[in-house]
Design a protein around this ligand. Structure first.
Ligand code: IDP
Ligand code: MG
Length: 151
C-alpha cells in the first residue's frame, strides 16, 4: 500500500469539479484516508512548491494556488503515486491524453485542476505539510479498527 497527496486546485473548486474528480479516483480503487478544504497561504505555497522557486512560472503559480479555496486529500492504494500521476495527465492540459483528468476536463497549463505527488518520498513530505498525524485515518488490521495512521 502506498499513499499520495492530491490537491484539487482552486479551478477545480470554482468549476464545481470536486465530486467528479474524487469519483474518478475512488472508481479506480484508491481509498480516501484524509481530506480537508483550505485556503493555501504564501508560506504553505512556498513550502509545497519549493522545488519550483526559480522557475519562471513560480510567481503565477503561487498567485493561483492562494487565490481561492482548494481541497487537499490523501489517497491510499497499490502504486498510488504513479496511478494518480497517470490519471492526472500531462502538466499542459492541452497536451494531456484523453481519458486523463486534465485531458478530459482542462486546457490550461497553470489551471490544470489537480496536483499529485511525484514520488513516494515527495508524498511523505507533502502529506506532512497538509495533515497532522491524527487527521490521516486508516484501518489497522492488528487492532481491527480505524485509527489515525499518519502521515
Ligand atoms: P505537475 O503538477 O504536473 O507535477 P510541475 O512541473 O510540478 O507539474 O508544476 C507545478 C505546477 O506549476 C503545474 O501543475 C502548473 O499548475 C504550474 N506550471 C508548470 N509549468 C507551468 C508553465 O509552463 N506555465 C504556467 N504554469 C506552469
Ligand atoms: Mg509536480
Amino acid at each position: 500500500m502506498q499513499r499520495t497527496l492530491v490537491l484539487l486546485k482552486p479551478d477545480a473548486v470554482q468549476r464545481g469539479l470536486v465530486g467528479r474528480i474524487v469519483a474518478r479516483l475512488e472508481d479506480r480503487g484508491l481509498r480516501l484516508v484524509a481530506a480537508k478544504m483550505l485556503l493555501m497561504d504564501q508560506k504553505l505555497a512556498h513550502r509545497h512548491y519549493e522545488d519550483h522557486v526559480d522557475k519562471p512560472f513560480f510567481k503565477g503559480l503561487v498567485e493561483f494556488m492562494t487565490s481561492a479555496p482548494m481541497v487537499a486529500m490523501v489517497l491510499e492504494g497499490k502504486n498510488a503515486v504513479e496511478v494518480v500521476r497517470q490519471m492526472m495527465g500531462s502538466t499542459d492540459s492541452a497536451k494531456a491524453a484523453p481519458g486523463t483528468i486534465r485531458g478530459d476536463l482542462a486546457l490550461d497549463t497553470r489551471r490544470n485542476l489537480v496536483h499529485g505527488s511525484d514520488s513516494p518520498e515527495t508524498a511523505e513530505r507533502e502529506i506532512a505539510l497538509f495533515f497532522a498525524p491524527q487527521e490521516v485515518l486508516g484501518y489497522q488490521r492488528d487492532v481491527d479498527r480505524w485509527i489515525a495512521t499518519g502521515p
